[in-house]
Design a protein around this ligand. Structure first.
Ligand SMILES: Cc1cc2nc3c(=O)[nH]c(=O)nc-3n(C[C@H](O)[C@H](O)[C@H](O)COP(=O)(O)OP(=O)(O)OC[C@H]3O[C@@H](n4cnc5c(N)ncnc54)[C@H](O)[C@@H]3O)c2cc1C
Length: 384
């Protein structure tokens, strides 16, 4: 694994950081307080190619290698996890899933629209009774002539209220369990499809989260993504990409916490000395620094495998598990280092603290990541 960045990767970091500081950071606090989904920022990101990720240019993408993709995601995560969540879903759960599993017609129809921000996408897997146990889908799809009729509810869906297109997972053959799940591309205007915004979240308050309601929702057979019964495989492959993006976003949070905390620890004086000279403060800074390096290395290892087109489920789970827990630790310590000044929403570390927590929950909780990791190491499945 080459640990040096290329000149192009360095430029991508510089360009994304500049964009994030000029276009995202100035409105982050206001959007957090008002729970405003900043659609205009997503449009601006699209204009500079930040929604194209590793999607090839022929489909309107940016054709990034996976390390560059992580660098972009880190920088957006350092600025604002709500925006980072929006693009993680857009690129990693929707675009890359259509790229891998879509027909040529579906790729040509949707990818240029998604990469250019003309369409927003969402990923509807979780249901009221199917969270960690995602295979336990209640949403059903029944065939009627050349159409499928979908009925069910999806909950906690990022981008859900703003999305123009949703990837929906539904049971097409209950008898077959997870092998009877099928994925569909459902457009917002489809009769029977509606959404309900969820507000009042602990963090990610500028990220749109919604319930999706499918009530006799009719889609044509051509809306199926992949083949009948391939839905669970599609969902798991999508999560391999989604978790990679979450992990990279968490690296951004840790970096942000370290940048702010180390500057403050040098400037803030108590007992006549900078607080950074106290060993107990250095202890927190040191742990943050080590966590940052370890999280980065885990992310880049998974990215390296992805660049080679190799399976990376284990490495991606390790990166997601470690980076999300480390982001929570970093944000907790950052508030501690700032003392009372970290306890106010005037300070970005307060938002890092509220935003970091969800990364240990969505796209598979930390417990689920540990079961994936344990199962891979032992060769014994932890799930029935
Ligand atoms: C802000 C936000 C955005 C989200 N965005 C999306 C999205 O875009 N698309 C989507 O499909 N979903 C989304 N989700 C849903 C998310 O993926 C689920 O919340 C997550 O998978 C956990 O499911 P659950 O909340 O139902 O918890 P549960 O599965 O009910 O788990 C509750 C607790 O039990 C533990 N647990 C469960 N099973 C086991 C086990 N076998 N062993 C040990 N412990 C276990 C869990 O780790 C957790 O601590 C989002 C959630 C949030 C909060």
């Amino acid at each position: 694994m080459d640990l040096d960045f290329t000149e192009e990767q360095r430029m991508i970091r510089e360009m994304t950081r500049k964009f994030a500081e000029e276009e995202i950071v100035p409105s982050s606090r206001r959007n957090d307080i008002t729970e405003n989904f900043p659609r205009e920022i997503i449009n601006k990101m699209a204009r500079v190619g930040l929604l194209g990720g590793p999607v090839p240019k022929e489909y309107g993408g940016s054709d990034l290698d996976y390390i560059s993709h992580a660098i972009v995601t880190e920088e957006i995560g350092r600025a604002d996890s709500s925006v980072r969540t929006t693009i993680s879903v857009q690129i990693s759960l929707v675009e890359l899933t259509i790229l891998r599993w879509g027909s040529e017609e579906q790729k040509k129809k949707y990818l240029p629209q998604l990469c250019s921000g003309r369409m927003i996408g969402c990923f509807g897997l979780t249901e009221p009774d199917a969270g960690s146990d995602a295979a336990n889908q209640s949403t059903s799809a029944k065939k009627e002539g050349s159409e499928w009729i979908i009925d069910g509810r999806k909950i906690w869906i990022s981008n859900g209220d703003f999305a123009d297109i949703a990837i929906i997972f539904a049971q097409t053959d209950k008898e077959k369990g997870y092998e009877g799940i099928t994925a569909f591309l459902v457009e917002k205007e489809t009769p029977g499809f509606s959404t309900r915004r969820i507000s009042g979240k602990l963090g990610l308050r500028a990220s749109d989260t919604a319930e999706l309601i499918l009530d006799g929702c009719r889609v044509l057979a051509g809306s199926m993504l992949g083949k009948e019964g391939e839905g669970f495989k599609i969902a798991m492959s999508a999560l391999d990409n989604g978790r990679y993006s979450v992990a990279a976003g968490c690296v951004g949070i840790i970096q942000g916490c370290l940048d702010l905390s180390s500057r403050y620890a040098r400037e803030r004086r108590q007992f006549g000395r900078p607080i950074g000279s106290f060993q107990l403060v250095q202890d927190m800074i040191a742990r943050m620094g080590v966590d940052l390096e370890a999280a980065k290395l885990l992310v880049y290892k998974a990215g390296h495998l992805k660049n080679k087109g190799l399976q990376s489920t284990l490495e991606t789970s390790m990166a997601k598990y470690f980076a999300s827990e480390a982001a929570v630790r970093a944000a907790t310590d950052a508030i501690q280092i700032f003392g009372a000044y970290g306890y106010s929403d005037e300070n970005p570390v307060e938002r890092y603290y509220r935003d970091a927590k969800v990364a240990t929950i969505y796209e598979g909780t930390s417990q689920i990541q540990k079961l994936i990791i344990g199962s891979h190491i032992l060769g014994i499945k932890a799930f029935t």
